[in-house]
Design a protein around this ligand. Sequence first.
Ligand code: NAD
Length: 270
Amino acid sequence: MSNGLLKGKKGIIFGALNNQSIAWKVAERAHEEGAQIVLSNAPIAMRMGEINELGSKINAPIIPADATSVEDLDNLVKKSMEHFGGKIDFILHSIGMSMNVRKGKHYTDQNYDFTMKGLDVSAISFHKVLQTAMKNDAVNDWGSILALTYIAAQRVFPDYNDMADNKSYLESVARSFGYHYGIAKKVRVNTISQSPTMTTAGSGVKGFNEFINFSEKMSPLGNASALDCANYCIVMFSDLTKYVTMQNLFHDGGFSNTGVTQEVIEKFGQ
Ligand SMILES: NC(=O)c1ccc[n+]([C@@H]2O[C@H](COP(=O)([O-])OP(=O)(O)OC[C@H]3O[C@@H](n4cnc5c(N)ncnc54)[C@H](O)[C@@H]3O)[C@@H](O)[C@H]2O)c1
């Protein structure tokens, strides 16, 4: 399916680890819609090699960058502009990691070195991406920059641990930087708050299978898939959403506005 929504546009996509990654689907859909892509991921993720398969499939160069390193990001942005022969139109930040979650540390017993690392990777990195793009004047007017988030930024989901705090920070960066980038260059900055999705990052959360089932039953439309999330990203990168900025956009089948569903109530019947 292609509507040519991104015809002639150029973008950087962070975070495609394997074919379950949301970023992987976004890259495939963006290519189908006519965009040229540069793929990036942490050097360590490159070693797994799967991203090369995606790169050849969509004819995209892969430029490694640790998203916590301003030096790496500066190199990525400069090399991408060289590759495209000019500025870019969109960026996807699809990056998340909590060391406390990985190491099984409870929210009330955090290792603060882990906390700082997770915050840097998952949230401050978005500021670094935006600042590096702005300093290099890398994005065309009316360009669109997205990061992916989760509703634990607003409501408690106990096992989401310190990722909840990271996502709150991430969403705040989208608002604050969105203001400045809008004034300076008419560049849009938004976050998409996605349903739980079975990916490497997602399945790291304790009890994720049960949680995905609960969320499915609490969403009038059911959980949104990674492919549907990709489709939403495409619309946000397109010129059809030029005045949407500084928003946290729920892509969750209605979960965020649902108090309870009949199906869930019935589970508590006698
Ligand atoms: N899966 C879900 O349930 C879900 C729900 C809502 C939001 N999200 C968000 O979507 C985004 C993508 O996650 P996903 O579910 O596709 O999982 P994923 O594991 O496929 O993607 C996470 C990516 O982050 C990359 N990464 C980690 N550290 C990095 C670093 N230092 N520099 C650069 N890249 C780094 C990983 O290599 C990986 O590609 C994340 O922000 C995640 O929090 C996921």
